[in-house]
Design a protein around this ligand. Structure first.
Ligand SMILES: *Cc1c(COP(=O)(O)O)cnc(C)c1O
Ligand code: SF4
Length: 342
């Protein structure tokens, strides 16, 4: 017998990305009403909401299943009481990033590549993110600070790649991104620009003509690393955005965070890899959750993660198997989690 599935919500009208962003949902009651969930759930969001606000775009909500409180997309954004529980090994700054800051706005931890904190904001507030505890206001370089960053990059010929990160760098307006890009591309030893962003998923309108135009004219090789955790996050608008990026020769990769109750089954991860490939993206990393305060309920233990990785390896072509990694404070690369054949 067919299980009854309510119809998905109609897609919201297509607006410019800045208007669509301003129109994001921040009130749990509105989200719960839109998804036709039990209104009592709203009361259970109030405490966690004070720790980290709710923020989700309407187009992302349109990809959720109405009436399903366990929807994997909803779980990533809905504040819940479990966030209030404290666990001794889940801390506010587990990677000690405060101390890897060479200059405001710049993290240089790994050989050959640096990370620029372009903006502290995001198009969505993911409940499992370290950003919920990070003081970004201290990390805004301002115009003079960026000049220092460019001087740092110019002075170190080992740096071949600059990564725009954040927050979400694609929350910054194009004129700011172009300002950064134009200075960076004048430095001869820099060959690649990498953008780490969840915006192409949560707000695919962001990949507009303006962005495509300046990216296409870059002398740098451009890589976009999207952040997609579940196949349901991909819809026709996301596919369209990726198609446009591929057409200007941007290399498309994806990173996923392994999240309990969201994507911690082999079926979820296999479907995700296949759905990514379908729209031109190769899976890159499958990250273990950083041990951030308020996120313990999303954690998957390493033994279970290895089991999942084994199942992916057995059921997918090698190029669709993401590398399972964790971050270890102080280590100069992501640390691969090695799976033994089981
Ligand atoms: C993850 C990360 C990078 C990029 O690492 P890759 O393994 O090249 O993807 C660079 N710098 C920092 C600080 C990072 O955390
Ligand atoms: S940095 Fe990425 S994971 Fe964190 S809230 Fe922003 S989009 Fe979500």
């Amino acid at each position: 017998m067919l299980k009854f599935r309510p119809m998905k919500l109609a897609s919201p009208p297509r607006l410019s990305w800045t208007r669509a962003l301003a129109n994001a949902i921040t009130d749990p009651q509105e989200l719960i009403a839109l998804l036709r969930l039990d209104p009592h759930i709203a009361a259970e969001t109030q405490q966690a909401l004070k720790l980290f606000p709710l923020k989700v775009t309407r187009s992302f909500v349109a990809r959720m299943e109405p009436g399903d409180p366990t929807d994997p997309l909803l779980r990533q954004v809905l504040p819940i009481n479990a966030e209030l529980e404290s666990h001794s090994d889940f801390q506010t700054d587990p990677l000690n990033e405060k101390h890897a800051n060479k200059l405001p706005g710049l993290l240089h931890k790994y050989h050959g590549r640096v990370l620029l904190l372009v903006t502290g904001a995001c198009g969505i507030n993911c409940r499992f993110c370290f950003r919920r505890n990070f003081a970004y206001s201290e990390n805004n370089p301002g115009q003079i600070g960026w000049e220092e960053v460019f001087a740092y990059l110019a002075a170190d010929p080992t740096i071949e790649e600059v990564i725009f990160s954040g927050g979400d760098p694609l929350l910054a307006p194009d004129n700011h991104l172009q300002f950064l890009h134009d200075h960076i591309s004048q430095i001869k030893h820099i060959r690649r620009l990498r953008i780490h962003s969840r915006m192409p998923i949560v707000l695919p309108e962001r990949i507009d003509q303006n962005l495509l135009k300046w990216l296409a004219s870059s002398r740098l090789d451009v890589i976009l690393v999207t952040h997609c955790n579940h196949a349901n996050e991909i819809d026709q608008h996301v596919a369209h955005a990726m198609h446009a990026l591929k057409a200007i020769n941007v290399t498309l990769l994806n990173q996923t965070v392994l999240l309990h109750g969201v994507n911690d089954t082999a079926t979820d991860l296999i479907n995700l890899s296949k759905a990514l490939f379908k729209i031109g993206i190769l899976p890159y990393y499958l990250h273990m959750l950083d041990k951030v305060a308020g996120c313990a309920h999303f954690a998957v233990n390493e033994a279970d993660a290895k089991q999942l990785a084994c199942q992916l390896a057995k059921r997918l072509p090698g190029y669709l198997v993401p590398k399972l990694v964790k971050e270890v404070a102080g280590y100069p690369a992501k640390v691969p989690i090695v799976i033994e054949p089981i």
